[in-house]
Design a protein around this ligand. Structure first.
Ligand code: ZN
Length: 238
């Protein structure tokens, strides 16, 4: 697990070069954002210790397997000392509820852990504000650190090679695009996140970007061109 200090409040933890989790520093320890795939619990706990604290909260951006994969093992090791916060719709999908029509793309492994809290717009997780960002999954959320406007955007954007909205089938990292549930909604979320004027963009897949505004604008433009013809075709088919 590679540990990269992004800001004084944020550490990026990277596995196998392309899957990120984050430690957000708070007065009582760390909030862990996402957990990567399975098998990372010990390394995530060790990374928090190396950075000088305990994991106090686990907050998830969405329910896909490369974000929730080590949740059960972390919960087993940390038990009642951590709270587990999950976006409401994705938690309901994990609980077996049928919340949207049709098949959901991406991996949804079964979870033993029941979240201690379900997240909605405007909720606070320590210094983070919960920002709804649906589209990649039905319940996907982003987190804005209101201390320094760092945005933890999950899989709304990827930054491999260049910033991309995950709609965009970008060859160097197509997996996140392939797993996206609703491309138009995801593009709407990408636009909404842009209006937050983040100082740093930190995503599930790819390096963190400082002053990401221009890169986000370009990514939105490319994704809008990619979505438009598809919508026209969809209208014809309907
Ligand atoms: Zn995903």
């Amino acid at each position: 697990m590679k540990s990269t200090s992004i800001t004084p409040n944020l550490i990026q933890l990277t596995r196998v070069h392309f899957v990120n989790a984050y430690l957000v520093r708070e007065d009582d320890g760390f909030t862990l954002i996402d957990t990567t795939m399975g098998g990372a619990a010990d390394a995530l706990i060790a990374a928090a210790h190396a950075a000088g604290g305990e994991i106090r909260r686990i907050a998830l951006t969405h329910g896909h397997g490369d974000h929730v994969g080590s949740l059960d093992a972390l919960e087993a090791k940390l038990g009642d000392t951590v709270s587990v916060l999950m976006p409401e719709l994705d938690a309901r999908i994990h609980a077996g509820e049928h919340v949207v029509d049709g098949k959901l793309p991406g991996s949804w492994p079964s979870l033993q852990t029941t979240p201690t809290g379900l997240l909605a717009a405007g909720d606070r997780v320590g210094s983070l504000e919960v920002v709804p960002a649906p589209g990649h999954t039905p319940g996907h959320v982003a987190y804005l650190d209101t201390r320094d406007r760092t945005l933890l955007a999950g899989d709304v954007y990827t930054t491999y090679g260049r910033a991309a909205v995950t709609n965009d089938f970008y060859l160097r990292f197509p997996f996140a695009a392939m797993a996206t549930w609703d491309r138009e909604r995801n593009l709407g979320s990408a636009r909404a996140l842009r209006t937050l004027e983040p100082a740093v963009l930190a995503v599930g897949h790819g390096p963190a970007l400082r002053d990401p505004g221009a890169a986000m604008d370009e990514a939105i433009d490319r994704a809008a061109r990619a979505v438009a013809p598809l919508s026209a075709e969809d209208r014809k088919a309907a």
